[in-house]
Ligand binder design. Structure first.
Ligand code: ADP
Ligand code: MG
Length: 255
């Protein structure tokens, strides 16, 4: 469904992605793990068309998205890609259902139709009695589920989640992770999830390990990494997050 070929990205003299190849199949739940600064967020943003690579290709169902100009790309993103961030990024002035319906409304559906679809999704998530609450009246777990509902409303081909449970306590974390699997079961939803949660990574179909702008997928490199970790160097692919949040600007473009 999504294929990345030879993706590189630099910020000034900093080489953040050094040649990433990967392929995500329909219906898969794939996790990406790696230390802070490895380039996970940058990769997700490129996969989600929020940022452009310096070189390499992003293919959606075989179509090279480089050919799209900004406006067409926004429309493509709105229709095909859902985003969930570590911090919900809900609009504070709007209720839960309004936050969820916005992408459908942007896609050209009527207000009424968008609202009824948004309510349906909230209901599926057991949030129907929270629909008219504003974000500050919702718990952290509820806010993240509303953010997932917003990501889902246009039936995207893929949901890209950047540490979606990073700010939740263990109970809410567990509930959110279960929701991902439930959505896959019910709708065949595809997910790529950047996470520091070892338990989640373990139950996903595949875990991609990212270190220093590269995917570490050959056993030799992994062994080297483990040896380094055993030697108490700083390399710890599942270390706690001190990640810099991705820019507000690109996050708002996602919605
Ligand atoms: P991760 O999500 O794995 O923690 P990021 O993709 O956020 O990593 O960042 C990788 C590296 O790129 C970090 O060193 C970060 O400081 C740098 N970086 C990310 N975004 C920018 C940007 N817009 N401008 C400059 N440097 C950036
Ligand atoms: Mg990050």
């Amino acid at each position: 469904m999504i294929e990345l070929q030879g993706i590189t990205k630099n910020f000034g003299s900093l080489q953040v992605l050094k040649g990433i190849d990967l392929r995500i199949n329909e219906g898969e739940i794939v996790s990406i793990v790696g230390p802070s600064g490895a380039g996970k967020t940058t990769l997700l943003q490129i996969m989600g068309t929020l940022d452009k690579p310096d070189s390499g290709t992003v293919l959606f169902d075989g179509v090279n998205i480089n050919k799209y100009k900004e406006k067409a790309l926004s429309a493509f993103r709105n229709k095909h890609i859902g985003f969930v961030f570590q911090f919900h990024q809900l609009l504070p002035e709007f209720t839960a259902v309004e936050n969820v319906l916005i992408p459908a409304y942007i896609a050209g559906k009527s207000r009424k139709e968008s609202r009824s679809e948004a309510l349906e999704i909230l209901k599926f998530m057991g949030l129907e009695d929270r629909a008219t609450h504003k974000p500050n009246e919702l718990s952290g777990g509820e806010k993240q589920r509303v953010a997932v509902a917003r990501a889902l409303i246009n039936h995207p081909n893929i949901i890209l989640a950047d540490e979606p449970s990073g700010s939740l306590d263990s109970h809410n974390k567990e509930e959110l992770h279960q929701l991902f699997f439930e959505l896959r079961k019910q709708f065949g939803q595809t997910f790529v999830i950047v996470t520091h949660d070892e338990k989640l990574a373990k139950i996903t179909d595949r875990t991609l390990h990212m270190v220093d702008g590269l995917m570490i997928d050959n056993p030799e490199a992994k062994l080297e990494l483990e040896t380094e970790a055993n030697n108490n160097t700083k390399v710890d692919i599942l270390q706690e997050d001190t990640t810099i949040q991705s820019s507000e600007e690109s996050q708002s473009n996602a919605i």
